[in-house]
Design a protein around this ligand. Structure first.
Ligand SMILES: [Zn+2]
Ligand SMILES: [Zn+2]
Length: 397
């Protein structure tokens, strides 16, 4: 019987070989999903493609999951630890797969298939989750609050970007909606009305001033969704939406407080009434970074591609926002970003959508699948790794 070290090396070589053997079909699946972009909660084809292949690989598939038609849970193996691998597959309106979720889906499938191919040698349980609606639907938060992740010990996924970042956190984000109510009057007699657009513009400008006091890496973006009804009358109803951000929930609350102050300024100046709504429970949670799991993943990426590197923990504090934050609040999790495009490529654009189908993106499907499967094996065969990851999780949380 070989030592744990030898077993780990042998099984890692085996999962890498399985991914290589399946490379043409994994790339093909990524391109199929890319070629047929499906928006939040409508990802029927992608979910079906993944669930079918996982079933063929011996997974038990539960679909729909927690009332979500395009979500699934695919389980293979037995006993602990139970390691989750997340697939995303939703696209963005008009742009298509400009976030590259087709790569996330195919890499998750590849990792699941490779671990399943170990058969009786799989030293634990692997669960591949199909998680819809990352873009704007907060799918993983819905799954989390409905108990989908009970029994999971650790979770991982990869996400394509214009750089390799394993230790970056993500922002907490909430949507706020503002309405102003004034009084209409003939446009030539404004003194008889209360101008709801003036009120909104004052609020908008006041809130923009908070940029000056926000820590670096944060933003608060807004759009006017109703600027008034008819140009010949004093606008009596206007509305706007704001995307509020914070590195923590406390910072997010501060942003919300400043928006309330800005709205109050608009009301005080004009006499209009305002209503501010923010569904706090629907916010995107900040990522709880796990450097223990991050180092394990980075080590496996270096084994898969010699010379590969990533900035050390803390160098890049946070990037974007993701519903994986909700999972990271429950169990030790990683959400490494892997480069598929030159540094500086803007995300959610036709350029990033093209990258998600090009050769570096295809290579990332395979390397991501291998590194995730190998990290899952680390968790299954090195109990001290999971213990340390839990220790860090408890400390950060
Ligand atoms: Zn995105
Ligand atoms: Zn994304």
């Amino acid at each position: 019987m070989d030592s744990t070290h030898d077993t780990l090396a042998r099984l890692k070589a085996s999962v890498a070989a399985t991914v290589d053997a399946a490379a043409p079909e994994l790339v093909d699946l990524s391109l199929q999903i890319h070629g047929r972009p499906e928006l939040l909660f409508q990802e029927f084809t992608a979910a079906q493609l993944l669930a079918t292949r996982l079933q063929q690989a011996g997974f038990q598939v539960e679909r729909p999951l927690c009332g979500l038609e395009t979500a699934f849970r695919a389980t293979r193996g037995s006993g602990s630890p139970c390691v989750a691998i997340m697939a995303e597959y939703d696209a963005i309106p008009e742009i298509g797969h400009g976030c590259g979720h087709n790569i996330i889906a195919s890499a998750a499938l590849g990792a699941g298939q490779a671990l399943a191919a170990l058969g009786a040698e799989l030293p634990g349980t692997v669960v591949v989750f199909g998680t819809p609606a990352e873009e704007g639907g907060n799918g993983k938060q819905l799954l989390a609050e409905r108990g989908a992740f009970a029994g999971i010990d650790a979770a991982m996924m990869i996400h394509p970007l214009d750089g390799d970042f394993v230790f970056a956190g993500t922002l907490a984000v909430a949507l706020a909606e503002v309405e102003f109510f004034g009084r209409t009057a003939h446009g030539t007699m404004p003194e008889r009305g209360i101008n709801a657009l003036d009120a909104l513009l004052i609020a908008f400008q006041s809130f923009q001033a908070t940029k000056a006091v926000l820590p670096t890496g944060r933003f608060n973006a807004g759009i006017i969704t109703n600027g008034g009804g008819w140009v010949a009358n004093v606008p009596d109803h206007t509305a706007a939406q704001f995307l509020l951000t914070g590195r923590t929930d406390d910072e997010l609350r501060q942003s919300l407080g400043r928006l309330e102050g800005a709205c109050q300024a608009g009301s005080t100046a004009t006499g209009a009434r305002h209503a501010l709504r923010c569904d706090w429970e629907k916010r995107y949670r900040a990522m709880v970074v796990n450097t223990v799991l991050g180092h394990a993943f980075a080590g496996n990426m270096r084994a898969v591609r010699p010379g590969w590197d990533t900035p050390a923990p803390g160098v890049i504090p946070s990037i974007g926002a993701t519903d994986m934050g909700s999972v990271s609040q429950l169990v030790p999790s990683i959400h490494p970003w892997l480069a598929i495009a030159p540094r500086g490529t803007t995300w959610h654009t036709p350029e990033s959508a093209a990258a998600a189908a090009a050769e570096p993106g295809q290579r990332t499907v395979l390397e991501g699948a291998k590194a995730m499967a190998m990290t899952a094996l680390d968790l299954m065969l090195r109990p001290e790794l999971l213990r340390e990851a839990r220790g860090e999780f408890a400390a950060r949380r």
